[in-house]
Design a protein around this ligand. Structure first.
Ligand code: C2E
Ligand code: CA
Ligand code: CA
Ligand code: CA
Length: 279
């Protein structure tokens, strides 16, 4: 038993070393990538489920790595968070998305909303309000077209501090969403105090509908609660007609998922908007 324990220990350190090494490599490459502008935003459509009209889009970052090809944010966002590089990267995302919004709504003569993801580190940053404000001004967009997605976990800890920050961001006139709702555990009693427009129901609750009755009960409850708090609801991970059917039956207005489209680069998205009949 002792020997096994020791082996386990060795394996554990080896794995840990490898992980640390890997994130150090990614961190070095990330610094380079920021300088070399190797990042690109993809955009995933959000659809009004009742009539099939486009509602808006979520901006999702990709790293166009010189040798590895497109790298998923799941790989590099955590490293960018830990190293603090997310602040510079996140600023680029907000700026790029704002200019995209200007092109999008000019091209289609619409008032589409585009959501960007904010990381915990960015949310805590004192400069975030002026960063968002500057991007909106430079891109000359209606601030209402920009939606800032935060997660529940960012609202835990010092609630009053979080509330102050939310209020300052909200005062710019942007929209705010809570992402991955239901996976963290924010205090429901505080939810009504937060200046939030939209709850995004996490994909985990949508995925197994209609087989999983518990997930249906939870989704139904989140949708009903959001509406009572005057928030709109976006269901993530909508992949099947059965998902849509359930969501429409339970008054969820908006859906986002592979059923409608994967995240697309700008040129492909523009032709999607022009040619696709959504469903
Ligand atoms: P998220 O914000 O929850 O974004 C939704 C993720 O679900 C995206 O993955 C999207 O491609 C994927 N998705 C959309 N529809 C479906 C579906 O029907 N089925 C399945 N299986 N997946 C679907 P992606 O683009 O790989 O992004 C992963 C995560 O990385 C995001 O999760 C977000 O937390 C983070 N992220 C992406 N872009 C940014 C960014 O610009 N800044 C920050 N801070 N985080 C970002
Ligand atoms: Ca998101
Ligand atoms: Ca999400
Ligand atoms: Ca997620």
């Amino acid at each position: 038993a002792k020997a096994a324990g020791r082996n386990t220990h060795y394996f554990f350190t080896d794995d840990l070393d490898k992980e640390v090494q890997e994130s150090l490599i990614i961190e070095t490459e990330l610094r380079e990538a920021i300088k070399e502008q190797q990042f690109v935003l993809y955009y995933q459509p959000q659809v009004n489920l009742a009539d099939g009209e486009l509602f808006g889009f979520e901006a999702l970052i990709r790293w166009n790595h010189p040798t590895k090809g497109m790298v998923s944010p799941a790989v590099f966002i955590p490293v960018a968070e830990q190293s603090g590089l997310i602040v510079a990267l996140g600023e680029w995302v907000i700026d790029e998305a704002s200019h995209f919004i200007a092109r999008l709504n000019k091209e289609f003569n619409k008032n589409y909303t585009v959501a960007v993801n904010l990381s915990a580190r960015q949310f805590k940053d004192k400069n975030i309000v002026s960063i968002i404000k500057d991007s909106i001004t430079k891109a000359r967009i209606n601030s209402h077209w920009l939606d800032i997605e935060i997660t529940e976990s960012m609202l835990m800890g010092d609630i009053n501090e979080a509330l102050k920050q939310l209020d300052e961001i909200k005062s710019l006139g942007v929209q705010m969403s809570i992402d991955d709702f239901g996976t963290g555990y924010s205090s429901l009693s505080y939810l009504k105090k937060f200046p939030v427009d939209t709850l995004k129901v996490d994909r985990a609750f949508i995925r197994d509908i209609p087989d999983d009755k518990d997930d249906m009960a939870i989704s139904d409850a989140i949708i009903a609660m959001a509406h009572k708090l005057n928030m709109q609801v976006i269901a993530e991970g909508v992949e099947t007609a059965e998902h849509v059917e359930f969501l429409v039956r339970n008054n969820c207005q908006i859906g986002q998922g592979y059923l409608f489209s994967q995240p697309l680069p700008e040129a492909e998205l523009f032709s999607f908007i022009k040619t696709e009949k959504i469903y």
